[in-house]
Write a protein that binds this ligand. Structure first.
Ligand code: NAP
Length: 309
């Protein structure tokens, strides 16, 4: 039986691993399908303290994993398919295999939100993508007009990154002001290759018949006018949905699926703690996720100490 199982290997999960490993609890970290989490798909992280020049997202996560492993964390590639939190020890099914745990730290993060419009799903990986850093450099996007959808930091970051490849980058946002941080918004709006398209939503991604992206259909929400933009790629960056399906009906969560901790990082099930984007609809930063991972680790450690006293 494991003393601590950490589900997820983003900033929250690996920081929880670092702290529980240093408490000699030999945590088992189950990476999920995307080891290192969403940060591995970011280019430069400029606001993680301690890196004045910024640090590549992938490199940050590799370093964090190494740091946790140095103190005894066991990082295992695996996906949790089911959990039984009704009795102690807790039961998990990981790629078909049973695992038992005295405590669990949930750090499952969040996934990209989809637009839910016609053509989006069918043209995924055929011009529709959710990660500019992963796909932006593909030949199909070179010197072509590209569309980014969203108005937050992610959309701005994607748009900036894509200026390296596209001939022009249209930033389609449903309002007339960006949600992104000031510094990002200013960079984007002053870039000669980025053209904002305000008050507009994508209503369809074209062209399913040609089996590739050739453009988007847009609607202006203020005037209801419809228009089209020719483009070779659509980069969707409209936020995230928490990865908490596994715990639905068992753990307290809000209507959007974010887990509601009861006190600190403790959930409504004693011995189960939560950290990072799966429980945070407010801050959602790498550094806050890391902080919550640290807090969850300390609380799990105290829980085990009291239980085994
Ligand atoms: P976000 O801040 O939630 O922004 C999502 C954007 O998508 C918003 O502009 C929103 O419009 C729009 N949107 C949501 N649903 C939509 C829909 N169905 N159709 C069209 N547009 C839709 O998400 P994010 O940009 O991924 O950022 C998440 C968190 O990570 C934030 O706290 C952000 O600061 C942080 N982050 C930081 C960095 C960085 O500092 N380098 C980089 C990336 C992310 P409205 O504005 O109208 O709501």
């Amino acid at each position: 039986m494991e003393k601590v199982v950490i589900i997820g290997s983003g900033c929250a999960g690996l920081t929880a691993a670092l702290y529980t490993a240093r408490a000699n609890l030999r945590p088992l970290v189950l990476t999920g399908r995307q080891p290192g989490g969403l940060l591995t798909t970011t280019s430069v992280v400029e606001n993680y303290p301690g890196f004045p020049e910024g640090i590549d997202g992938y490199e940050l996560m590799v370093r964090l994993q190494k740091q946790a492993e140095r103190f005894g964390a066991q990082v295992q590639f695996g996906t949790v398919e089911a959990v039984d939190l009704a009795r102690q020890p807790f039961g998990l099914t990981v790629d078909g295999e049973p695992v038992t745990a005295e405590t669990i730290i949930i750090a499952t993060g969040a996934s990209h939100r989809h637009l839910g419009v016609e053509g989006e799903h069918k043209l995924e990986n055929k011009g529709v993508t959710y990660c500019a850093t992963c796909d932006g450099a593909l030949p199909v996007f070179r010197n072509q007009p590209l569309v980014v959808v969203g108005g937050g930091d992610s959309a701005c970051e994607e748009a900036m990154y894509l200026t390296r490849f596209g001939s022009v980058v249209y930033l389609v946002h449903r309002r007339d002001a960006l949600r992104a941080s000031k510094i990002m918004a200013e960079r984007v709006l002053s870039h000669e290759k980025i053209k904002p398209v305000w008050d507009s939503v994508v209503t369809e991604v074209l062209d399913v018949k040609q089996d590739k992206v050739t453009g988007v259909r847009l609607k202006n929400l203020k005037t209801n006018a419809e228009s089209m933009i020719d483009c070779a790629g659509v980069f969707v960056a409209i936020g995230h949905v928490p990865n908490t399906q596994l715990f639905k009906g068992v753990l307290d969560m809000d209507e959007s699926g974010y887990i509601n901790p009861r006190k600190g990082t403790a959930t409504n099930v004693s011995g189960v703690f939560v950290a990072g984007d799966c429980a945070d609809r407010v801050y959602r930063q790498a550094v806050t996720a890391a902080g919550q991972g640290c807090a969850a680790a300390i609380e799990a450690e105290r829980y085990l100490a009291t239980r085994n006293a």
